[in-house]
Write a protein that binds this ligand. Structure first.
Ligand code: ZN
Ligand code: ZN
Length: 347
């Protein structure tokens, strides 16, 4: 079968490999559609110490498909079921899991290999983070379940309330999902980006207002342009960072009103640092929250949002392409052409 194999930064190949058989507690899923994500792009360009400790490795983690073969001991799934799986499952017994901080689980086992005709799902994910699709939910609409689950996680920690003014810095797929969900919570949403097509997408996803920050040179000017359109010019109640650059983390904090909350969501490069005015942090009582990954409860809520039609993964997908165009699609994303590509492993 054809599968994407990651050999190292900048070296991703489509190869013919032997199909895998499911081990104890595992299932093998025929991939109907897999989608690219920002993490794929990051990993492709600079590697990823958590996701790819050993190379070469299978690649891709957002997908939906049909159960083809089940391993010994699997009772919840049978061949022919339409399923979606998260890319990890918490172990349930480490110190972090015991504290209820499941995203920080020390033993997260990552699923890789969605860009292929088949993917083998590890036993822990089969047991705790794989779901049968309801009759009406399409593969394409549910394939981006994992990023939506991380956004649901960020929303949960944001405490966005009815009538809040919320700035979303970054209008890529993650930012767009935050905008849709913040609107569902009754917030007034300001989308902040510098790419016209992303700002147009932001309006389609529910942003009330957009700010094109390309007109402003510095982080301070960009944040000031956001505060300028908030009540009393004080700043936003909640600011979200959905880019993963330290300068945008700083811009996000600088958008806040006194007492506001920043959700620092985008993953910056290893070793990156950012600055906060300590005087403001003290006198303005900011709350800064880092958000990483998801938990099964957020995956389940994300699935309900998709099943109910509140959010549809297809709204995020630029185009469907064959697997031979996977690298081209990542390069397009890197160049700012398109946000998320659906990959058909058999085309
Ligand atoms: Zn992803
Ligand atoms: Zn754990």
């Amino acid at each position: 079968m054809r599968a994407a194999i990651f050999h190292g930064p900048g070296d991703l190949r489509i190869e013919d490999i032997e199909p895998e058989e499911p081990g104890l507690g595992e299932i093998v899923v025929r991939v109907e559609v897999a989608v690219t994500c920002g993490t794929d792009l990051k990993s492709y360009r600079r590697g990823h110490h958590k996701l790819f400790p050993n190379l070469p490795a299978r690649f891709g983690h957002e997908f939906a498909g049909i159960v083809d073969r089940v391993g010994e001991g699997v009772t919840a799934f049978t061949p022919g079921m339409r399923v979606v799986a998260a890319n990890t499952a918490p172990c349930g017994h480490c110190w972090a899991c015991t504290l209820g901080r499941l995203a920080l689980c020390e033993n997260l086992e990552f699923l890789n290999g969605a860009f292929a005709e088949e993917v083998r799902i590890p036993a822990a994910i089969v047991a705790r983070n794989t779901y049968e699709l309801s009759g009406t939910t399409s593969f394409e609409s549910v394939a981006p379940l994992e990023p939506l689950a991380t956004v649901v996680h960020g929303m949960d920690k944001s405490d966005i309330a009815l009538g809040d003014v919320v700035a979303v810095n970054g209008a890529g797929p993650i930012g767009q999902m935050f905008m849709r969900l913040a609107r569902l919570r009754g917030a007034h949403v300001i989308a902040v980006d510098q790419a016209p097509d992303r700002l147009a997408a932001a309006l389609r996803m529910g942003a009330n207002e957009v700010i094109d920050i390309s007109a402003y040179a510095t982080t301070e000017e960009r944040a000031a342009s956001v505060r300028a359109i908030t009540p009393g010019g004080r700043g936003v109640d909640v600011a979200i960072e959905a880019v993963g650059l330290p300068a945008v983390w700083e811009q996000t904090v600088q958008c806040l009103r006194p007492g506001g909350t920043a959700i620092l969501f985008g993953g910056p490069p290893q070793g990156a640092t950012f600055s906060v005015n300590a005087n403001d942090m003290h006198y303005f009582e900011y709350t800064l929250k880092g958000i990483f990954h998801h938990e099964p409860i957020y995956v389940q809520r994300a699935l309900r949002l998709i099943d109910s039609g509140a959010l549809d993964g297809r709204d995020l997908i630029t185009e469907t392409r064959g697997i031979d165009r996977l690298v081209e699609s990542l390069e397009d994303m890197a160049a700012g052409r398109g946000a998320k590509y659906a990959i058909d492993p058999r085309a």
